[in-house]
Design a protein. Structure first.
Length: 564
């Protein structure tokens, strides 16, 4: 091979980078790289960076939200901890992605990893549970850091469920969790998270909820809640929902639309990162000016303090947490691992479709088994490494389709890029300095994509003309979406976790309180209660009767027809 073949190959980068003309009908021809074909070094690095950008927005959001909203609280001061959590998530996801794409052989023919271009990152599925459980523990007087450590220990124990499920044939898992169950669950995950995204868009989830959470228990006692404290970004403090916050978030949405209209395939695959950086730039060049005469002053939405305070480099275990265990979160976490199991099977199938690989082969079965085992092992390792659980990402299948690169070597390069981004701690400093309103504009789009993914599962795998299926959807989605919109119907522990109106527990024992808290977390997590209801109804409800005409009934079964 020549030096050019080893470095660049014959990849048509012009087709990859040329902007899209909305009214054009011209076809683009691009080189296809099969799943197991080695790639030139530069091409693999560029394709890997493409995948890293595609997953970056979704990967950094869970640690960003948990550390700022649940662990940090208000006023948020522990920026170092948030920066570390973002960096650690990047490093762990990079290591797990490399292992997943390489696929490690195990005894008895089992595998660890998929062996195809299937990337691994921090899961959205566990985010609502982390928030609810940490808030409950903080209401009991624990620090946010200790509560986070207890959740990490809980993840270590519960991750063995997915490890166990990885050895069950995928066909059996699909029967146990049909599309009507998995679709409802994924939709409710997206619905719950989209509300959080909108709170960030309005200025910040913490300042949006402060009046309701801190003073809401006074409602009904003749005392009105006090106004919410202002939302802060840089030097600016404004009320939640101020037009300045809404405008910053809207700039992200506008760039998403422009990229979708005119962007090249490369830009469309990393549209979230481009839109986020655009919103960040708008915030960086904007100022909030107020006052008159000598009192007139302009304040910055973005300051350099967080970037300057960030370390030059970091790694796992630079920040540590006391590992514990939180029993009330076990059942919701187990459901979350079941959800990620079903999601991973669908994501790997989509990867095979996008990669042009055959299904129903031994290789496909080993990829499913190895991918599920990888998710479980990576979630266990991630908790040990002080990060949140991991799962297989789905958005990268779109990158494969648009770039025509299915080589797993691009996945290995993606993992290397993620590790690099995590080790360079200044990147985490930049991310932590982005105003919440800009993050909200990005996460609202990102979280609603999760909802749309669940909707796609329902549309493609469920007969919506069936009365039985519509009843299951109405009940499970009705209660799940209701809990997402009014979360305090069950988890009303604003004064403390003992005083929830739904289940007061002021004089109960520690065992009774643990059981109660577990049930409250389950009831207040939309996808947990929705998943359980859809599974129960799918199991107990009879199938719709088969409608036949009078003529068909008189004719009876045709010859050879099974009448059983």
């Amino acid at each position: 091979m020549s030096a050019k073949d080893m470095l660049v190959g014959n990849m048509d980068f012009a087709s990859l980078c040329m902007p899209t003309v909305p009214w054009s009908t011209a076809e683009r021809k691009m080189t296809f790289y099969p799943a197991h074909k080695k790639m030139p070094i530069v091409t693999a690095a560029i394709m890997g960076l493409q995948h890293a950008f595609a997953m970056l927005g979704g990967l950094i959001t869970p640690p960003y939200v948990v550390m700022r909203f649940a662990v940090g609280g208000f006023p948020f001061k522990n920026v170092d901890q948030q920066q570390y959590a973002i960096a650690c998530a990047l490093i762990v996801s990079g290591l797990c992605t490399i292992m997943n794409c390489i696929q490690i052989p195990l005894p008895m023919g089992y595998k660890l990893g998929t062996g195809v271009l299937s990337v691994v990152g921090t899961s959205f599925t566990f985010l609502p549970i982390f928030e609810a459980a940490i808030q409950l523990m903080k209401a009991d007087g624990e620090s946010g850091s200790d509560a986070y450590g207890r959740m990490l220990g809980t993840i270590m124990v519960c991750s063995f469920l997915e490890i166990f499920l990885s050895f069950i044939p995928p066909a059996q898992l699909k029967k146990a969790f049909p599309p009507i169950v998995s679709g409802v669950t994924v939709m409710l995950i997206g619905a719950a998270l989209t509300g959080t995204g909108m709170k960030y868009w309005g200025g910040g989830a913490v300042c949006a909820d402060m009046a309701w959470k801190t003073h809401g228990q006074l409602i009904g006692k003749g005392v009105s809640p006090v106004p919410s404290p202002g939302c802060t970004a840089g030097e600016v403090t404004l009320n939640f929902g101020s037009p300045q916050w809404v405008g910053l978030g809207f700039s992200v949405l506008c760039m998403l639309l422009l990229v979708e209209l005119f962007g090249s395939p490369f830009m469309k695959n990393c549209n979230v990162v481009i839109a986020l950086l655009f919103g960040y730039m708008i915030a960086g060049v904007s100022q909030y000016c107020d006052g008159e005469g000598y009192n007139y002053k302009c304040l910055d939405y973005v300051t350099e303090d967080k970037i300057k305070s960030a370390d030059d480099a970091t790694f796992m275990w630079v920040e540590t947490f006391d590992i514990g265990f939180y029993g009330p979160a076990v059942f919701p976490v187990l459901i979350a691992f079941i959800v990620t199991t079903v999601e991973t099977i669908g994501d790997i199938r989509a990867t095979y479709d996008a990669s042009g690989l055959e299904l129903d082969t031994d290789e496909y079965s080993s990829s499913i088994q190895g991918g599920l085992l990888s998710d479980g092992v990576c979630s266990f390792f991630s908790a040990i490494a002080t990060s949140m659980p991991n799962t297989t990402f789905s958005q990268n299948n779109g990158v494969i389709t648009m770039t025509k690169c299915a080589s797993r070597y691009a996945g290995v390069a993606c993992g290397c890029w993620l590790i690099f981004m995590g080790v360079i701690a200044k990147i985490s400093g930049i991310i932590s300095s982005i105003p919440d309103a800009v993050i909200g504009g990005m996460t609202t789009f990102l979280f609603c994509n999760v909802f749309v993914s669940g909707l796609s599962v329902i549309a493609n795998g469920v007969d919506l003309t069936s009365r039985r299926n519509r009843f299951i959807l109405a009940v499970s989605l009705g209660i799940g979406l209701g809990v997402a919109m009014v979360p305090y119907i069950f988890a009303d522990f604003r004064a403390s976790s003992y005083t929830a109106e739904f289940w007061p527990c002021t004089d109960c024992s520690d065992g009774d309180k643990g059981l109660r808290n577990g049930i409250i977390i389950f009831l207040s997590t939309p996808y947990c209660i929705g998943c359980a209801l859809s599974m129960l109804l799918h199991f107990i409800l009879p199938q719709d009767p088969i409608i036949v005409t009078e003529e068909e009934e008189e004719e009876g079964p045709s010859k050879g027809e099974d009448t059983a």
